[in-house]
Structures are given as C-alpha cells and as structure tokens.
Ligand binder design. Structure first.
Ligand code: PHE
Length: 360
C-alpha cells in the first residue's frame, strides 16, 4: 500500500470509530489513539523528519490535513454527545410546576400571615403600594414627627419598650405603632402618596386581648384634595372586600390621636353564632382601627406644605381582624407555638389570597 493509501485507510477507520463512539469516555480513547502523544497520526508526523524532501512535500500536507479533519470530527462528535446527554437529563429531570402537589406541605400559613396577604391584595387593587420601616425606631419617627407633645403619656416607659441608651444617652425604642412609616414615606417622596405599611409593633401589655408584640397595617393617602369622605369610602370598601360580604356595618366614633385631626375609631358590628363570628348583625361592636385626617404639623414635619397637601391615615390591628374574620376567642395563642392551634386555624400555603379566586 502506498503511504497516502495508508493514510486514507487510517482516516476511514478513525472516522468510523468516532461516529460509533457511544459516550465521551470512548470518544476520548479514540482521540488518544489517533492524536495523543503516542497516537498513530502523531507517530506518523514524527516520522516526517526521516523522509526525503520529496516525500515530505507530499506527506506533510497530507498528515496535517488528516490531523485537522480528525480533530474537527472529534469536536463535532463531542458536542453531539454532550447535547444528547443534556437533552436526556432535561427529559428525565423535567418538573411540571403546574401540576397539583402530590402531598400537602406539613406546615400551614399563620392566620396573621394570611390576613396580611389578604390586606395587601385588597389595597393593591385600590392602588396602594406597600411601604416598610424598621421595628427598632427612634423617638423622632415614632413620636416627635407625629406631633406627640413633650411629656405625652404614650412616651412613658409604661407603654414603650426602650433600648439601652447609646453613649450620647439616646435610646432607640421598639415602634409602638406603624405610623412612623408615614413619616419615613412622606419625607422621602413627593405626593400623591398612597401606601399601606404592614408590620410588627410593640407595647408593654399582656392579657386576653393584648400581647407585647402585635401587628398593624398603616394606610396613608396624601394628595391635594383628599378628604374625610374618601377615608370613609375607602374603609367601607375595604371592609366588604375583607369580610367578603356587603352586609358589613361599621361606625366611625370620634377619637383623639396627636397625628390626625379630626380623628376617629372604626367599629364593626358582629355577633357570635356558636363558635363562629358573624359580621353585620348582632349587638356587639369590635374596634378595629384608628384613623383621621393627617395633622398639618405632621405634613409640615415631613417638609411639605399643609396648605398644598392633605390626606388621611389609618392604622388597623391585623390580629383583631383575624380574630373577627376567623373566630378565635383569645389573642394569646397567636404567639404560642401550639401545633394543634395552627393546624386548626392555619391556611394552606399553596393557596394565595387574591381577589379573583377569593381571599380565603
Ligand atoms: N397609630 C395609631 C395606633 O397605634 C392608629 C392610627 C393610625 C390612628 C393612623 C390614626 C391614623 O393606634
């Protein structure tokens, strides 16, 4: 066989081997046998040195061509094998996230989390964004900017948890309400403002209806012509969405807050029917929120002109709303790790509260 015929035979054999290689390991063995240090092609290239110039002129280019073609064939086969491996993995590891769960998760959503989700869904539908602030607040945001006069009883050690003072003698505190988020939001933005601020709040209190940590949702609307009628309409719409009935009956009772003027509290009519709570009938009223028109001093403290901007705010007790909607008689178990209570009052974490398919 002539030398070039030998090369053709070699190429035919390796090309067939490459095409037949079943996996990456087999393919690499072929690469070593052909192009490795002691591979057949490499050995032939090394022999070029001992050839006559005429022979070399023929065999040199022939061997180079062979090496390049085999290299390209090896690369092509390699990526084909890798693609096949990836496709096989994708096919076997496929997850259809739209399928229903095979098994309900063992945990459940706490009623407070559930109600927070419901509130966010309702107010998002009315065009409110969600704002947040820190649990550890300073006196300015929690009190001063909210128009609490110096020496106001709510600043007393009795209600407020104070932190250890820093070197300058300044003590941070655990926020006693979500109203400081009003200040943080207004100071950073230009009206119109329409936000809710859900979160934890802290007061030194403990009985059947009070826990030292509880939950509020603050609401704030500031614009040029917002008035008390908007406040009332917004809250009534909220209540019928939340209780999923048009039967809700609510009353606004005059009240006092330093940061609103006029101020009111809102009560909801309810009765107990067996274990359940029915809203809209009966002769009991539950206080669920405080509200009012934002005080001009608050607007001024946030660097805005109260002659130009006004609006309303409200703050509601999330735990109270949960008790009213889902019928828990006592607040304290909300914060005790009792698995039976959670199993009874908890919600499926797979069902998201939304207005389209129902809140709960
Ligand atoms: N911050 C008040 C509270 O803790 C509630 C409230 C919020 C009242 C906003 C009026 C306006 O009770």
């Amino acid at each position: 066989m002539s030398q070039t015929a030998e090369l053709d035979a070699l190429e035919a054999r390796f090309t067939a081997d490459i095409a037949a290689a079943a996996d990456l390991k087999a393919l690499d063995d072929i690469r070593v046998a052909a192009l490795g240090k002691k591979g057949e092609v490499s050995l032939k290239m090394r022999a070029l040195g001992g050839m006559s110039p005429e022979e070399r002129q023929v065999m040199g280019p022939a061997l180079n061509g062979l090496r390049d073609r085999l290299g390209a064939a090896l690369d092509a086969r390699k990526s084909a094998l890798e693609d096949a491996a990836l496709n096989a993995a994708l096919a076997s590891e496929r997850v259809d996230v739209s399928l229903p769960a095979r098994r309900e998760p063992a945990g459940s959503l706490h009623p407070v989390s559930q109600v927070m989700e419901e509130l966010a869904a309702i107010f998002a539908d009315m065009g409110f964004a969600v704002a947040e602030g820190p649990d550890v607040e300073d006196d300015f945001h929690n009190f001063t900017a909210l128009n609490f006069p110096a020496g106001h009883p709510a600043r007393d050690m009795h209600d407020t948890f104070f932190m250890t003072p820093d070197e300058g003698g300044i003590a941070k505190l655990l926020r006693t309400h979500t109203s400081p988020v009003q200040i943080r939001t207004l100071m950073g933005s230009k009206p119109p403002v329409r936000i809710i601020a859900p979160g934890r709040v802290y007061r030194c209190d403990w009985d059947q209806t009070h826990t030292p940590m509880f939950h509020q949702v603050e609401g704030l609307v500031i614009d040029r012509e917002t008035h008390m009628g908007h406040l009332k309409g917004c809250l009534i719409d909220f209540l019928s969405a939340f209780f999923e009935t048009d039967e809700v009956e609510a009353r606004l009772r005059p009240h006092h807050f330093p940061f609103t003027e006029p101020s009111a509290e809102m009560d909801v009519r309810y009765e107990r029917v067996g274990d359940a709570v029915k809203v809209g009938s009966g002769d009991k009223w539950m206080e669920i929120l405080g509200c009012g028109m934002v005080h001009p001093n608050v607007i001024r403290a946030c660097g805005l002109d109260p002659e130009e901007y006004q609006g309303f705010a409200f703050g509601m007790g999330v735990d109270r709303l949960a008790m009213l909607k889902y019928g828990m008689p006592d607040l304290r178990p909300f914060f005790e790790p009792d698995a039976r209570w959670l199993a009874h009052y908890g919600f499926s974490p797979l069902l998201q509260a939304n207005l389209a398919t129902g809140l709960s």
